[in-house]
Ligand binder design. Structure first.
Ligand code: SF4
Ligand code: SF4
Length: 171
């Protein structure tokens, strides 16, 4: 029976090392403490932070930042950050991977639309007159106008930061 060989893709790992929050993946020793506290792993068998870290250690680029990656099932709850004995900060590694996927344009279309909406309007859902009316009926305060130009300036400044360390190192 032929055995499937696994080759570590160090090129992808180098790339991940240079993304903000990515380099801590190197410290993972696969203990599974993060899995024990992960609500997403409890909810679905398709997501497991230890496996995400294992794939990062193996440099499995397509599995991690290709289309339909499991990374998008993470709820960003930060429980794993607290629990990991190795200071891997799994959530931050996952956010780095998400940022890489966005750069590659492989993020789920609904999330891309959501973030575009935030960039344009400052909110994730459209605030219609019906929403405003309902808030009034519920006794909720009026929504404040969002300083959209300030937000767009911040977002514009944030955009190139993903590979900032790489750029610095290249100089
Ligand atoms: S990320 Fe931390 S808690 Fe999770 S398997 Fe690796 S070392 Fe263990
Ligand atoms: S941040 Fe993500 S990976 Fe970490 S415990 Fe929460 S859902 Fe799981």
């Amino acid at each position: 029976m032929s055995k499937k060989k696994i080759t570590v893709d160090f090129r992808f790992r180098d790339k991940l090392n240079k993304v903000q929050g990515g380099k801590h993946h190197n410290y993972c020793y696969q203990c599974s403490a993060c899995v024990a506290v992960c609500p997403a792993a409890r909810f679905t068998k398709n997501f497991n932070p230890r496996i995400i870290l294992l794939k990062a250690l193996l440099g499995m680029e397509e599995e991690l930042i290709g289309e339909n990656s499991a990374i998008w099932l993470c709820t960003n709850c930060y429980s794993c950050y607290e629990r990991c004995p190795q200071d891997v900060r799994p959530i931050e590694v996952i956010i780095s991977l998400k940022n890489m996927a966005v750069e590659r344009r492989t993020a789920p279309p609904n999330l891309t639309k959501l973030s575009e909406n935030i960039g344009k309007t400052g909110v994730s859902v459209t605030v219609t007159s019906a929403v405003r009316r309902m808030r009034q009926e519920l006794g909720l305060p009026e929504l404040k106008d969002i300083p959209i130009e300030e937000l767009q300036t911040i977002l514009g400044e944030q955009e190139p930061q993903i590979f900032q360390e790489e750029e610095k190192n290249d100089k």
